[in-house]
Design a protein around this ligand. Sequence first.
Ligand SMILES: *Cc1c(COP(=O)(O)O)cnc(C)c1O
Ligand SMILES: [Zn+2]
Length: 423
Amino acid sequence: MGRYQLYCPYCNSYLEEYYTLDCLKHSVLIRTVYEAKQLHLQNFPGIWKYTDWLPVKSPLTIDSGPVTYQSQALAKELRMDSLYISFNGYWPEKGANAKSCTFKEYEALVTYPRVKETGYKGVYLASAGNTGRSFAYISQLTGIPTVVFVPEQNIDKFWLPEPNTDTITLISLKKGNDYTETCRLAARLVGLLSSGTGWAPEGGAKNVARRDGMASVLYDAVHTIKKIPHHYFQAIGSGTGGIATWEAALRFRADGRFGNYLPQLHLSQNLPYAPILNAWKLKSREIKPERDMPHADEKIKQVDAAMLTNRSPPYSIPGGVFDALTDTAGQMYGITNEELRHAEKLFLDFEGIDIVPEASVAVASLIKATEQDLVNKKEIILLNITGGGTERLKEDIDLHTMTPHLTVEHADVSLDEIMELLK
Ligand SMILES: *Cc1c(COP(=O)(O)O)cnc(C)c1O
Ligand SMILES: [Zn+2]
């Protein structure tokens, strides 16, 4: 179960399995290749049903995972025959139990057992908010130690569903330092922490556990629909979810039972900050900062969907977003804050649950696609609601906040204090 090898699609070779994030020869997104060529459901809860195609040996007992259902009300409003929603968050009436309220929870769920299985004691990562919350939550549930670096201005996103915080070390970066600076600080630890200290860098898009955890959205959709969807809608910052869906679709195409095509990726960003949209419009493999993300600081501040404001997405890298869009004849959309708010309300009115701003961007892109005739409304459409149910969760439990153990001035501070904290 879940037996796999790591593979470099660039030099077509298999790598030795350990907690590696890269091919030794190139910078690429390495992939998992599973022994099981067909996905057979296992008798486990949540994402663990799909253990055949997850890079872990023994599943956890935590039962969260995507819930795919066929939309009635929104589908009728948009005149679509087969609109399916992948709901990722908290919505107990539908069976959705991801209490950190986004699909990042699955990335954490798969990363932790893999970190343990490859001999580490804990994980450290930088986060703009949602990733850190998901990893901290799964750290609460598994007891596996975790260090999270987060920008001070995003600390309000760092609530937790459980009270115990013993396994979590939270380090914040003073106001004015954004997510990119936070990543830079965490990256400075790589050389210091990885050799012999037992701390694994989480790895971002390069972490196959993260991508295959996100792939469970398509695993669940295909399992429910019994066909590969023709279209896939998702809002992106890094685009890792789009890459993961493409990789999952390649597995299903090879599986052969659900169609011999790939879903067209319809990916969206929140204007006025949309570097991937701008580069893709020109069919450029490079994101050129001055052309595609001018005045990034100011524009990032104007965006409602803060999780979509990545400055160095895995776009150009072989096996990244550019390749995923190319292989699936993909579309990119730019969505304004106004369109986002309209979509959020529409979704609440028609489907009956609150969703996060990022998910609202995807809903708005679906509306845009219908207005501009970019999808065939008779085909199977999958809408990824990447996060939702935060308001619903607050009705059921009290959320806990956490104060940082340490706040540092900038990304170039001396690492002594941080190292001391991690001993
Ligand atoms: C991170 C995040 C996204 C973007 O995901 P990527 O595919 O990694 O770019 C979208 N929605 C929510 C709620 C997120 O937390
Ligand atoms: Zn290689």
